[in-house]
Design a protein around this ligand. Sequence first.
Ligand code: DX5
Ligand code: ZN
Length: 216
Amino acid sequence: MIAPSILSADFARLAEEAEAVRGADWLHVDVMDAHFVPNLTLGLPVVKSLLKATDIPLDCHLMIEDPDRWAIGYAEAGAYNVTVHVEAAADPVQLAKDLRAAGAKAGLSIKPGTSIESCTDVLKHYDTLLVMSVEPGFGGQGFMAEVLDKVRTARRLVDTGHLNLVVEIDGGINEDTIAQAAEAGVDCFVAGSAIYDASDPGAAMAKLRALAARSR
Ligand code: DX5
Ligand code: ZN
C-alpha cells in the first residue's frame, strides 16, 4: 500500500493534490502542534474539509501532545486510521479502544529511538504500527535504515500471530529506499516529497508501488 503524505503538497490546493494521487490506498495527513514536534501544520477543521473533498481513506498521523484528549475528534470526524505517538500517549490502550469505538482504525507510531519491545503489549490493541524512519517534524529528510530492524521484528511478530496489524513506515521513502523497506516487511509506505515534489505525483506513486511490489 502507498500513502502519499500531503505534508509536501500545496496546502492552498489540497483537494486537487488529493485528486493528483487518485488510486492511493490512504492519504497520509500529518498533524503537528509545534509542541510534540517543532513544526505546525493543520488540524481537525482541515481534516473535516479534506474528508468532503476526497474519497481516499485518510491516514491521520498525530504528532501532538495529549493525544488522549485530541485524537478521538479525528476518529469521530471519519478518518480511516488515526495514529498517535506512544511517546505522547498517557494511556495508549484506552486510547486504542476509544478510537475503535468511534469507528476508526487505531494506529501507534514510534520515533526512531523507541523500541518495539517497550510497547509490544500495547500493540496488541492496535491495527497499524507506524515506524518512523526520520525524526518526526519535517518532510524531505534522509532515510534512517537502522529502523529496519524494528520493521523486521514487527513483521516476525505479525507473521507468527503475536500481533495483527499493518506495518507502516514514514520518512525518507523514495525510489532509492523503498526496496529495502519492502524487503524488511513493510505493508504500507508513506511518501511525501518523493511524490509531491515530482512533476507527476500520480506517476511517482505508481513507480514506488511497482518498486515495492518487486522487492516484497
Ligand atoms: C514527517 C512526517 C512524514 C513526512 C514524510 O514527520 O510524519 O509523513 O511527510 O516526508 P518524506 O516522505 O518527504 O520524508
Ligand atoms: Zn507522517
